[in-house]
Design a protein around this ligand. Sequence first.
Ligand SMILES: [Zn+2]
Length: 245
Amino acid sequence: MTTSSGLSLSVKPFPEEEAHPLWHITRKAKKNPVRRVLITSGIHGNEPGGVETVLAFIRALDAEPDRYPNIEFHILPLLNPWGWTRNLRFNSNGTDINRDFSSFESVKARAIRTLVGQMRFDLVVNLHEDPEATGFYMYQYARPDKVLCRQIIETVRQSGFPVEQEIRMLLLKTEEGLIDAPLWGLWYMRLTRQLSFDNYCRLELSINVFTLETPMQGPMDTRVAVQLKALHILIQALCDPLPGA
Ligand SMILES: [Zn+2]
């Protein structure tokens, strides 16, 4: 199915989970040089803000077909449809699909790899929410600097939305809204078979990978507005010519 604005929807059934197909929305670029962008959400079925944001983004693309003419979009709005219908983080086997990108034991991790694993992207953005967070934060992976993320976090802060100060994980913690994952951390996650989809994207699909996180508390429209703003800044940064170019 293709809309007059150029958005194209395909529904990809996978034999083992036919009742819960993956939706793949694409939009071709209208201008050169073409940049390819992947946007995903809903790998955790209980994080509604990311999915709502991606749906709002798709509606905006449909309403403004001339925006981002250089960009070919690939959008997977719901990576865990089984979990989504039950408001559950995991899949029907209790697997966190987002930690299955070393072993690929779940149908959906394999299905996602089949869909996008052969492509390369100029930008990947994965949208999540965090039940324990009280503010916005984001991840970057093996990047040379923090300039772009700091710009986004500052924009969020200035909008009046709280920024997460401290979330501690196994190896990482937030620093004023940013988790800066080093390359060795990705390899560690792969070796210990905990590789996340985001880590996999950085190692296999793109050098520019970001994860956005909003807290699950507070009004949905505010969470969506914050994620949308961050998403647009990331895409715009890709469209702007490099300094000195
Ligand atoms: Zn999540």
